[in-house]
Write a protein that binds this ligand. Structure first.
Ligand code: BES
Ligand code: MN
Ligand code: ZN
Length: 491
């Protein structure tokens, strides 16, 4: 297993045997910033030779420099520093980790404020993540000793940086938990195993309640159970409660699709790429990661996380196209396509959430439709909402966190597309507007609750490789929702 770096902050350290990193604004000489580590001005000479100018994310890497006790002297270009946003500082942290990954002790000379330093550290930590638990052999350039990797960031505002880092670290840990869950294969991460991992949040003070198949049957969650009935692995629903606010405050609710594997069921998917469907629980992973983050940083809100955990398999007991099921709400659904299973899981989870907890807002996350990839690719999640204010807050949180969303419409003309000949609705709306008709389906289960649906099929798995993520799963959604909670509900 790869170990996660230990990160600390100090005013000055005069560390020996460290890799020294200078963050260098465009046009400045790197040496001015590392008097301790580089008495011989090795970096300036190297900068001239390599034509290093401090351009954003450029690197200068001097190995085992003579005349110093540093293992390495590194300069990372910052570009124009007044333009740097916190997401840029995160990226710079990621670029820095990538450069010094093989080191065990790293010192960064940080000439910026505490917010920037904490964001830098968050990016550093996120970039260090690797999902390699199933690799029994290490590559030649990997550290075989598993020595811990230590980073010390030297700056003026140490106290503030430490305080802000507590919150940023909690966010990174939640993202990493979500990545682990999404990357995990479906033979390991069954609904029962997922529920166990979610239950371990009790160590942070999260209250956990796990509903079994029998209990869900009693609650009449037959839409969710209809999906589960084709699998040998029994379903679960986990309710996580974080009580960090006042007793009278209505909770914020987060609901996640947790299909631990989606074969499509009887409407079976083509085999090419089907292995990706181990990630069809990305919504549930984001909700679990978020609850971890809120508890770890002791967020001053009341929050509920609900995850619907099922496996969608085709066996002799699987549901068929044409079947009609009654959801917990009492509304009936004609199953047209058993591969449109996510909405069947969510409709019971959303209804249960709304009825039981009367939340002030309800946000669900789901790897719901391939169509959202066609519309938005992997750069934005699809956002659907019945509330302009919530929608605007989510959009802003997306820009601030770097986990972006883009709003798509809901309208009664689209809603009509899921009316059924035989039941109150059908579970698919035909070839056109697939992400919208899926959202219209969910909208029938939220009443007047201010609600938002995030279709994260494009962002939660098979994620683009970035400065802060080189894993298959980016852990999308944790940072976004943590930002929303902090900026909108804790101010
Ligand atoms: N889990 C899939 C959606 C998905 C696609 C997630 C690609 C991640 C990457 C979902 O359950 C599904 O199969 N949706 C169908 C809906 C259709 C049958 C109406 C789809 O998108 O094709
Ligand atoms: Mn499906
Ligand atoms: Zn699915």
């Amino acid at each position: 297993m790869s170990t996660i770096p230990t990160i600390s902050f100090a005013k000055v350290a005069a560390p020996k045997k460290y890799a020294h990193v200078v963050l260098c604004p465009a046009g400045e000489k790197p040496s001015a910033l590392v008097p301790l580590a580089d008495p011989e001005n090795v970096l300036d000479g190297a900068a001239a030779t390599a034509r290093f100018t401090g351009k954003s994310k450029s690197k200068l890497d001097v190995l085992a420099p003579a005349g110093t006790n540093a293992t390495r002297l590194v300069a990372i270009g910052l570009g124009e520093t007044e333009k740097l946003k916190l997401t840029d500082w995160m990226a710079l942290g990621g670029v820095t980790f990538a450069t010094v990954a093989s080191e065990t002790q790293v010192a960064v000379y940080f000439d910026g404020d505490a917010d920037a330093a904490a964001a830098f550290a968050q990016g550093y930590l996120l970039r260090s993540y690797k999902f390699d638990k199933y690799k029994t052999k290490k590559a030649d350039d990997e550290d075989k000793s598993d020595k811990p990797h230590k980073l010390v960031i030297m700056l003026d505002e140490v106290t503030a940086a430490r305080r802000i880092w507590t919150a940023c670290k909690a966010s990174a840990e939640g993202t990493i938990l979500a990545r682990d869950l999404v990357n995990e294969p479906a033979n390991v991460l069954t609904p029962v195993e997922f529920a166990k991992r979610a239950a371990s949040l009790s160590k942070l003070g999260v209250e956990i309640q796990t509903l079994t198949e029998k209990e869900m049957k009693k609650l009449k969650m037959d839409a969710l159970l209809g999906v589960a009935q084709g699998s040998r692995n029994p379903p679960r629903m986990v309710v996580m409660k974080w009580k960090g606010g006042k007793a009278k405050d209505k909770p914020l609710a987060f609901v996640g699709k947790g299909v631990t594997f989606d074969t499509g069921g009887i409407s079976i998917k083509p085999s090419g790429g089907m292995e990706d469907m181990k990630g069809d629980m990305g919504g549930a992973a984001a909700v679990t990661g978020l609850m971890h983050t809120l508890a770890a940083r002791k967020a001053k809100v009341n929050a509920i996380g609900i995850i619907g955990l099922v496996e969608n398999m085709p066996d002799g007991n699987a549901q068929r196209p044409g079947d009609i099921v009654k959801s917990m709400s009492g509304q009936t659904i004609e199953i047209i396509n058993t591969d449109a299973e996510g909405r069947l899981v969510l409709c019971d989870a959303l209804w249960y959430c709304k009825e039981k907890f009367k939340p002030q807002i309800m946000i669900n996350l789901a790897t719901l439709t391939g169509a959202v990839l066609v519309a938005l690719g992997q750069q934005h999640a699809g956002l659907f909402s019945n509330n302009d204010e919530l929608s605007a807050n989510l959009t802003e949180a997306g820009l601030a966190s770097g986990e972006k969303v883009w709003r798509l419409p809901l309208a009664k003309e689209y809603d009509k597309m899921i009316d059924s000949k035989f039941a109150d609705m059908k579970n698919t709306g035909g070839r056109f507007a697939g992400s919208i008709t899926a959202a219209q389906f969910l909208a029938r289960y939220v009443g007047d609750t201010p609600w938002a649906h995030l279709d994260i099929a494009g962002t939660a798995l098979g994620s683009p490789q970035t400065d802060i993520n080189t894993s298959w799963s980016a852990g999308y959604g944790v940072s976004l929702l943590n930002q929303l909670v902090a900026d909108t509900y804790e101010k």
